[in-house]
Design a protein around this ligand. Structure first.
Ligand code: TYM
Length: 359
């Protein structure tokens, strides 16, 4: 029986990269689970990971609002319907995440964390910002280095078998798998019958990479569409109005060649748009490209793309606006989610403490 876990940071309303890269897959998994017989149904956990958001400076009032909005987003996407739905919860309301992260910190080699691309790119950014090549040490917090360990804790805490994520998370998932193995070997525990060593507490999680390719920035098709990128027109938010969607797609960076062709190497801007098109229409990129071969192709393709994205987000937008106003309902769902997640988390921590000797 599968246990599926994934998380998203509460850093503003998600963009279509998060949607195609992760959230749409979560929606399919919930639909799939609803079809399964109760006794073999997947267990699904989707978490708003507030503790991860703290690895960059946060304003408390803004964080509070964004955590709440992200929770409303997950409800508006229909992820927790009664039948076969997922446990939707705030990671920061289940203290076992931080507790397990500490246990995992004690077996994680620091040099392994220093090799993570997320850490290295942070270093590179700071170096570039400082012409003397010297980095202000106060900018490099331990929490940022340990970020992937907390992520491993999120996953392992539920004895997760599958983690649906976008391609940018592959390296973090590799670390989570290795950490599970290292910990199981270090603390095998006892067999249930008390005769000899156990096999360790954790399941080794498999990554379920999304079938959608990485979605690129509308301003610079060589970069991924990113929540942290400053330019709002580099991304389409799930809550953007139809006129915002049309305007952002119209101004998306392409090239000066006429007509649409599928050529990701030499035409990354056009390819990025085709990928979004394909993500929302389900059509193959090549066949979309063929429909817009003519001289006015790019403009026509952009117009159709805006329609396709707009209609793909329409029902979500209404649902989100409705749910986010229902504070009482949201609070009740938050409490219920945390209660259900915590039940599973406490059971695992009990085993961890027994294996380690802190019980
Ligand atoms: P986060 O919040 O950055 O992103 C959430 C999900 O969206 C995917 N994604 C994308 N996919 C395609 N194209 C893009 N441009 C794009 N941008 C983001 C990400 O791959 C991710 O699946 N570290 C994680 C959060 C996390 C987590 C976890 C995930 C914490 N604990 C445990 C899985 C399991 C993160 O920052 O995701």
């Amino acid at each position: 029986r599968r246990t599926i876990f994934s998380g998203i940071q509460p850093t503003g309303v998600p963009h279509i990269g998060n949607h195609l890269g992760a959230l749409s897959q979560w929606q399919s998994l919930v639909k799939e689970a609803a079809q399964q017989p109760a006794e073999s149904r997947d267990s699904l956990f989707f978490s708003v990971v507030g503790l991860h958001a703290l690895t960059v400076p946060q304003d408390p009032a803004r964080l509070r609002a964004e955590r709440r909005d992200m929770f409303a987003v997950l409800l508006a996407l229909g992820l927790d319907d009664a039948k076969g739905g997922a446990v939707i919860f705030h990671q920061d309301q289940v203290p076992e995440h931080a507790e397990l992260a500490w246990y995992l910190n004690t077996v994680t080699p620091v040099n392994r964390l220093m090799r993570m691309t997320s850490w290295k790119s942070k270093l590179a950014t700071l170096r570039n910002a400082n012409s003397e090549d010297e980095i202000d040490d106060s900018m490099l917090q331990l929490g940022l280095l340990a970020y992937p360990v907390l992520q491993a804790a999120d996953i392992l805490l539920y004895k997760t078998s599958h983690v649906p994520v976008g391609h940018d998370q592959a390296q973090h998932l590799e670390l989570a798998r290795d950490t599970a193995q290292i910990f199981n070997r270090a603390y095998p525990g006892r067999r249930k019958d008390g005769k000899g060593k156990g096999k360790g507490v954790f399941r080794i999680p498999d990554v379920m990479l999304t079938t959608h390719p990485r979605i690129q920035s509308l301003r610079n098709p060589l970069e991924k569409m990113s929540k942290s990128a400053p330019h709002p027109s580099s991304k389409i938010f799930l809550t953007d109005s139809p006129s915002d969607i049309h305007a952002k797609i119209k101004s998306a960076v392409t090239d000066s060649i006429q007509g649409v062709t599928w050529d990701p190497e030499t035409r990354p801007g056009v390819a990025a748009l085709l990928q979004i098109f394909s993500g929302y229409s389900g059509e193959e990129v090549q066949s979309i490209a063929r429909r817009f071969e003519g001289t006015r192709g790019i403009m026509e393709m952009k117009e159709s793309l805006a329609e396709v994205v707009e209609s793909g987000l329409r029902s979500f937008r209404g649902e989100f606006e409705r749910i986010r106003k229902e504070t009482g309902y949201l609070e009740e769902r938050e409490r219920e989610g945390a209660r259900r997640a915590r039940e599973a988390a406490q059971a695992t921590m009990k085993e961890v403490r027994a294996a380690v000797g802190t019980d």
